[in-house]
Design a binder for this molecule. Structure first.
Ligand code: GLP
Length: 241
């Protein structure tokens, strides 16, 4: 794993946006694997800014998102469809038919997950996968488990993830307990991976991910086996390494 230490969140976001831009310039029809959560918001802002200045073109780019809550409609403010639209897709010249996110409203989870898996294969896999890191080491919604799960599937979210997400939902509103997530196989098959981590609250888990044993109890630890991972993390997140 290559590690880039940045001064702060802003610096992390700019460096990551530079890597993504380089990918888009070298291969204009690249497949980008995208993440949600608070970590990549600054990256998307920077990409939008460069797009508005005329330096980036999304017209041929294809995107594959990691996950979506089960049961949330695309227009629900906490859905990942809504998130992506708000932070990136509605602000750049991406072709709508090039955007892929699991359909949380498809109740037939086997059909939905099978469709998603096949779609990634038909795209020829992912050129550059962006990842954030959950406090329990999850990537996408691949939660700690007794084995690594390879395929796109329906998952039960852990109590800690449900609690962490609660702040985004209004009082009394039920927080989703399930999600559809891309599995470890599609993530590990990406040609390049960019792991973004910011903040002192992620320092312990980042140390486990990078220096601890490879275990499904820390799902991101499997990234140690990938040949091309770049970690861009701020000083605070790297504080325990
Ligand atoms: C969610 C997402 C993950 C993300 C994680 C961390 O659970 N499914 O893809 O990486 O949160 O979120 P944050 O960046 O807000 O810490």
């Amino acid at each position: 794993m290559r590690i880039y230490e940045t001064r702060d969140y802003r610096d992390m976001s700019r460096k990551a946006a530079n890597v993504i831009s380089a990918q888009m310039i070298l291969k204009p029809d690249c497949v980008l694997g995208l993440a949600t959560g608070s970590t990549p918001i600054g990256v998307y802002e920077q990409l939008v800014d460069w797009y508005q200045k005329g330096d980036l073109d999304f017209s041929q780019v294809k995107t594959v998102n990691l996950d979506e809550y089960r049961g949330l409609a695309p227009d629900h403010e906490q859905s990942y469809h809504y998130f992506m639209d708000r932070h990136l897709f509605s602000r750049v010249n991406i072709n709508r038919s090039h955007i892929h996110i699991p359909d949380g409203m498809n109740e037939d989870w086997q059909e939905e997950c099978g469709r998603y898996e096949q779609m990634i294969e038909e795209l020829g896999g992912i050129d550059l996968q962006i990842l954030g890191l959950g406090h329990n080491g999850h990537i996408g919604f691949n939660e700690p488990d007794f084995q690594f799960a390879p395929l796109t599937r329906r998952v039960d979210l852990t109590e800690s993830t449900i609690e962490a997400n609660r702040r985004f939902f209004s009082e009394g509103e039920s927080v989703p307990r399930q999600a559809y997530t891309m599995g470890i196989k599609a993530i590990m098959s990406a040609r390049k991976i960019l792991l973004l981590v910011s903040g002192a609250d992620k320092a312990d888990i980042l140390k486990k991910v990078m220096e601890g044993p490879i275990t499904p109890q820390v799902p991101a630890s499997i990234l140690q086996l990938h040949p091309d991972v770049t970690v861009i993390a701020d000083r605070e997140a790297l504080g325990k390494l």
